[in-house]
Design a protein around this ligand. Structure first.
Ligand SMILES: Nc1nc2c([nH]c(=O)n2[C@H]2C[C@H](O)[C@@H](COP(=O)(O)OP(=O)(O)OP(=O)(O)O)O2)c(=O)[nH]1
Length: 130
């Protein structure tokens, strides 16, 4: 498909096994939907490099990538994205939210109850095994 935007996102887990999710602000596209932190891959950038940059910008922490899930394409009304999910852990820093309305650390059962950005639903199913 033409003009698909690659979006890298991080599924960050804590040592206790909870998963970090962020809530989009009321002023963003997809207002107040929950998503994994990340963003659009820029020209010439690898998805992994994009993720490190976006996580620095959005959360002010550094991460280590530990795995990948299946990329998922989703056609919104105005844009089609390919969401590229990475599994990751925080290696340095304290989270400070720069762009999002809220964040939470959730169990797998709790993840399934959130109001997700539509593209994320398939990723969350694969991740939680539901
Ligand atoms: N970061 C992230 N974006 C997601 C997820 N699921 C999902 O549909 N998206 C969408 C929302 C946006 O349209 C796009 C990511 O763009 P972005 O975060 O770099 O930029 P943005 O929302 O500020 O959008 P824009 O104003 O730059 O167009 O992917 C997700 O889990 N994480």
């Amino acid at each position: 498909m033409t003009n698909v935007k690659d979006v890298a996102c991080a599924i960050i887990t804590s040592p206790e096994g909870k998963t970090l999710v962020v809530q989009r602000s009321a002023k963003m596209l997809l207002p107040l939907k929950w998503e994994f932190p990340g963003g659009k891959v820029e020209p010439g950038e690898t998805p992994a490099a994009c993720l490190a940059r976006e996580i620095g910008e959005e959360l002010q922490v550094r991460i280590r990538i530990t795995g990948e899930l299946r990329p998922r394409e989703y056609a919104y009304e105005t844009v089609t994205i390919r969401l590229i999910p990475f599994l990751a852990e925080i290696t340095a820093g304290e989270i400070f939210l720069h762009e999002h309305a809220d964040l939470g650390w959730f169990t797998h059962a709790e993840l399934l109850l959130l109001d997700w950005a539509a593209a994320d639903v398939a990723v969350v199913r694969e991740y939680t095994g539901r």
